[in-house]
Write a protein that binds this ligand. Sequence first.
Ligand code: NAD
Length: 440
Amino acid sequence: MEDSSPAFGPTGVEQVLHSALPETRSTLMITSAGKRMGLSSQEIQELIAPAEMRVARLSVSSGRRVLNFWCVVALHNMACGPYKGGVRLAGDVDIYETLELARLMTLKCAVTGTEFGGGKTGIRVDWPAIYALHGKDCVRDRDRGFELDITLALMERYAARFRPLFERHEYIPAPDMGTSPDHMAMIFNVTRDPASVTGKPQNVQGWLPGRREATGWGISRATTRLWQKQGREPKDCTFAVQGFGNVGSYAASFIAREGARMVAVTDILGGVYDPAGLDVEGLREYTLETGSVAGFPGAAPMELDQIYDVECDVFLPAAIGGCITDRTVPRLRCGAIVEGANMPVAASGVAPLHERGIPVIPDIIANSGGVVASMEEFSKALSAAAIEREVVLDSVTNRIETAVERAEALALEHGVSLVEAATELAIRRVYDAMRVRRFI
Ligand code: NAD
């Protein structure tokens, strides 16, 4: 029977925000999965809509000046566990992007069987404006110490403002773009509770060995498993990486250790290419010294945009979201994509990739290593029991392999892409938990 329930029903998000929630990759994937499951449009909207959104202005003193930052805390869904998600500092943060990232966390935790829900924090930090206020230029006068002082103070304000959420373990933050373990230490200083935040620095109470490299490790497991399924040896395979930060560099290092060749890599400042294979460890050291892969000796230079044209077995986008669109897909010469970043494949890229037969290991599985490790960190902090790095990495491997296997089976059964199948597995779990808790 035709479902005639209103798009948002009693949730009424569009009335509160005076606009409808934008269509995004996750809303489209949840909608199509919900329809396959026979959910009503109202139930689907309840899965898409956040439980709570908080917006706050945080004031930080800088010399004799006061800097005000807008902060969004998106609490998407806690049916399966406490809200979990990183703190992002960026110049282009907005309420909808933060919500989309929180929704992605809900899906990621659900599909990997991690006992968390989904949340995210976005704080708009406009460095050019901050430098200008101090009479400086953000490129010419770049001062990492100045930026760290401001962001550490900002984190203390943030922790003080939302302290009850963290102390009650309602929302457990972690590092994301623009924040590091040092920033998480500031949250811990305010709450004095090692279970209130994950991604804490080494040797701080409740820190976790393996947490830093867990995301890259998980991506490497997803990649080598793919080749194994294809009956191929890593030593006969090639890969290209977009973004050589925490995710990209660790993933590249682990994959290269299996014998595969990295033929191209880019970061925000440039790229390098060598069909014979780049020296990944050499590049990691070079990047630490120079701040970029650009100019790495012995390799050919490459424009950022050329990464999509590189012939390789696996393309590993590990930098930005939304870069693989219906316009980029025809250019790709890779055998598969493993999503290191969050949503590098835009909504418009999902179907063309499926049609071209290029498998995509979705972000909610491939880059879930960080949140799986966070679960270990959270439980370790609660119990105070020590945990070995190998145990953490094994936990990541097991959860990723199980999730990929289940997604592959469902994708085959329904004739859909892995991205769609993984989303369906996730919302099945969230929907069941919401039903039984009478949230839906
Ligand atoms: P990072 O800041 O350590 O590194 C980002 C890298 O991307 C840098 O090398 C940067 O130069 C590069 N980059 C930025 N814009 C680029 C562009 N246009 N072209 C090419 N390179 C570009 O960040 P990270 O922690 O490695 O995270 C990367 C992505 O993965 C983010 O989207 C993040 O949200 C996501 N992610 C991270 C984790 C984690 O545990 N760190 C977990 C899940 C998802």
